[in-house]
Design a protein around this ligand. Structure first.
Ligand code: BGC
Length: 763
């Protein structure tokens, strides 16, 4: 009954829109087939274009293209007032097929939340859901229909600048985040409700494994690693109902993703049953010529459409080449229709055939000021940011800080609004962010004195500054203090000498961890390290507040700092959230979603590496084992690691029975106790190790986790249900199997320090 009413209402609302028969609107397939039947070849080709709203597409030209039905969607226009005339243009076209409006809403829209690595550090799916739902609501309120998110590329190489955007190195954790992100962005309604947006999961596939961490490079990977480690997050997003998939820029074992029939058809559509839209990445179809798999743009278009890249982002190749390709028979009408059907289907699923202005609304409802404070969600931003930081060191209980005496705050990132925003700031406005200086000032007001000195620039390397300022920003972002490095250090040292404690906000400017920002070093820039060394020499306790979008080389900091707080980029309310942690209003509970290697030379360094014939074992002689002889081996900080202001113990790891029947279950349980003096939250992590299998398996794999809060002295028994699914992997034939035999259960508060039990899976 409910459906009947809703469907009737939708049908009535639709009569003025696309020229398909309104009575068909309740039947997706019939509606799309009917519309497709009315389209000319040119109109069909027009639908395949996703146009960037940029200076190379002036308004007049765009209006003509729209009226001629030559555009399927646009991206980068982000207000209702900007999008409305574009939709009006589409409504003047012969068939009135609505446009959709897309944008990169990666970690927030007007309210900027922590970057992907920060969200993942919360190990709290409700926290991720809050960020994604809020982002979707804000984007929808600005007339946006689709976001190019979530970005779920597994990254094991922190040299890659886009590590910042993703959720880390682990297939299980990233998959859970992928699912919750899709559900929170899209909501549960079909078509997607007017206050949510369609998710285009990216970058399909394996983009995080580019060679040497160099952006846009090749990916070469064996199928077992693909299926066991890198593909699960995309699959999780597809299974959660992602309406679209963005195709990656890289090649995979010699074939670019954009022209990869195996990837886009055999795997995505046939094996995984994906029924949505595929969108190329920016200019990727033309780039098939650069990859050297197409002679020219004609062949590039032919390869891409035949492989199943439905929509072409920001290039003219389909528009220019498909008419000829169809005429010559190199592309079949059916292949064009298949792509158009997916685009129309996505528009249907976004609710646009029911109402092209679903998210744009009426002009009299437009916000008077798009950046108005009232449109921001500061409380949510602060709570999410509080959960996204990881305490790496805390010697002599330096933190929390006392709310008395004098605090010296130094560092190039201590008062930098723009860097609070992080790598993809959506429509976030730098001036609206709270810096560490502002956050600490507000929190200490009337209780302790705060003195500030910049202390250092991000870097003194002019070449790097120029590069960062040349990225795609509207204004130069890395603004240099013209004083000499020594003068800045001297000022900071004077401030430190007069203080009880020094807080140094150091790390990378946001552009250093970004698309096209691969690094050869993970160290802090030299001048920042020089500042830290001078501060250390004052003998004052030194607290590092790190801002960065990738694991850094923290060897010096680990030995010398009194405390280290990894904040990543915390977003709009970052400064307040950081002050909340530094002053103990909130007890830190984040855990690393990615390994911190000891040095660039030890990359890749990830916890779920394969078993070896000659493994290196810490504390044992290294010769003739797999290791480096000039420095300690293994991570500096392991995956899953993070401290609290209280302590926790784990004891009594048990399994409910020694054997598990095929199709059965085993419960693994552990007692967690807060042995310290403050309430706090921690994350209990369940890892499983297959003791002997038909192929080499990892030393351990995360299979479940639970975040829980305990009062001082409180203990709880935590149980995890292990079923055959948790034991499955893709074998040499790429069959997903759970092989009988012994399994070790490892439970820990990080991936390294674990307590074990075991059980046997029976035949
Ligand atoms: C990036 C994508 C992004 C697109 C549109 C590309 O350069 O690789 O992640 O969605 O631009 O902005």
């Amino acid at each position: 009954m409910l459906c009947l009413l809703a469907c009737t209402a939708l049908t009535l609302a639709s009569t003025t829109h696309a020229q398909a028969k309104p009575e068909l609107l309740g039947n997706r397939t019939a509606f799309i087939d009917d519309l497709l039947g009315q389209m000319t070849v040119d109109e069909k080709i027009g639908q395949l274009r996703l146009v960037s709203i940029a200076p190379d597409m002036p308004a007049k030209k765009l209006a003509d293209e729209l009226a001629a039905g030559r555009v399927g969607g646009t991206f980068n226009s982000v207000t209702r007032a900007d999008n409305r005339p574009l939709q009006d243009g589409a409504m003047r076209s012969r068939l009135k097929i609505p446009l959709f409006f897309a944008y990169d809403v990666i970690h927030g829209h007007r309210t900027t939340f922590p970057i992907g690595l920060g969200l993942a550090s919360s190990w709290d799916l409700d926290v991720v859901a809050t960020a994604m739902r809020t982002a979707a609501e804000e984007a929808a309120a600005d007339g946006i229909d689709m976001t190019f998110a979530p970005m779920v590329d597994i990254s094991r190489d922190p040299r890659w600048g886009r590590t910042s955007e993703g959720f880390g190195e682990d297939p299980y954790l990233v998959s859970r985040i992928a699912e919750v992100s899709v559900r929170s962005l899209q909501g549960q309604q079909t078509p997607i409700a007017g206050n949510r947006v369609m998710a285009a999961v990216k970058h399909f596939a394996l983009y995080g494994a580019v060679e040497g961490g160099r952006d846009y490079n090749v990916v070469n990977m064996d199928p077992q690693r693909m299926f066991n480690d890198y593909l699960p997050p995309y699959k999780a997003a597809v299974d959660a109902g992602a309406g679209a998939v963005m195709v990656a820029l890289n090649s995979i074992n010699g074939t670019p993703a954009t022209s990869n029939v195996w990837l886009l058809q055999d795997l995505l559509r046939k094996q995984w049953g994906f029924k949505g839209l595929t969108v190329s990445d920016h200019g990727a179809i033309t780039e098939l010529v650069n990859h050297g798999v197409a002679h020219d743009e004609t062949e590039a278009a032919q390869l891409a459409i035949k492989a199943g890249t439905d929509m072409s982002m920001a290039d003219q190749v389909y528009l220019g080449q498909l008419p000829g390709l169809l005429k010559s028979g190199r592309v079949q009408p059916r292949e064009l229709d298949d792509a158009v059907r997916e685009i129309l289907g996505a528009k249907y699923d976004m609710g646009l055939f029911h109402d092209p202005y679903l998210r744009i609304g009426r002009a009299d409802g437009d916000p008077a000021e798009v950046n108005a404070e009232s449109r921001l969600h500061r409380a949510a931003a602060r709570t999410v940011a509080q959960q996204s930081m990881v305490l790496l060191e805390n010697r002599n209980a330096t933190l929390p800080l006392k709310k008395s005496g004098t605090v010296a705050l130094v560092g190039p990132l201590a008062d930098s609004h723009i860097d609070m925003l992080g790598s993809w700031s959506g429509s976030g406005v730098d001036k609206q962010t709270v810096t560490v200086r502002q956050g600490l000032q507000a929190a200490l007001e009337g209780r302790a004195k705060l003195v500030y000195a910049r202390g250092a620039n991000i870097t003194e390397d002019k070449h790097i500054v120029d590069y960062l300022n040349f990225l795609n920003w509207d204004d130069p972002e890395v603004v240099q203090d013209k004083r000499s490095p020594q003068a800045m250090i001297d000022e900071a040292v004077r401030a430190a000498r007069g203080a009880d404690v020094v807080v140094a906000a150091v790390g990378e400017s946001r552009g250093m961890s970004h698309e096209s920002s691969s690094r050869t070093q993970l160290s802090l820039p030299e001048n920042q390290l020089a500042l830290l060394k001078a501060l250390k020499a004052t003998g004052k306790p030194l607290v590092l507040v790190l801002m960065n979008g990738r694991p850094l080389d923290l060897n010096w900091a680990r030995e010398n700092a009194s405390a280290i707080l990894e904040t990543w980029y915390t977003g709009l309310e970052g400064g307040n959230a950081i002050a909340d942690i530094l002053l103990g209003e909130v007890n830190p509970s984040g855990k690393l979603p990615i390994t911190f290697p000891r040095s660039v030379g030890q990359i890749p360094s990830y916890y779920n590496h394969a078993r070896l014939g000659r493994p290196f074992t810490e504390g044992k002689p290294g010769n003739y084992t797999s290791q480096y002889f000039e420095e300690p081996n293994g991570p500096l900080y392991p995956f899953g690691y993070g401290l609290s202001y209280t302590e926790f113990s784990l004891s009594g790891v048990t399994v409910s029975q020694p054997t598990m029947k095929a199709g059965g279950r085993v419960e693994a349980s552990v007692t967690v106790k807060n042995t310290g003096r403050r309430a706090g939250a921690t994350v209990v992590q369940l890892y499983i190790r297959d003791e002997a299998a038909s192929v080499v398996r990892p030393v351990k794999e995360l299979k479940d986790f639970r975040k829980l809060t305990l009062q001082p002295g409180e203990e709880k028994r935590v149980s995890f249900t292990i079923d055959a699914k948790a034991l499955q992997f893709y074998n040499a034939k790429l069959d997903q199997v759970a092989e009988p035999g012994q399994f070790q259960v490892q439970v820990g508060l990080d991936s390294k320090q674990v307590k074990t039990a075991s059980f046997t899976l029976l035949d």
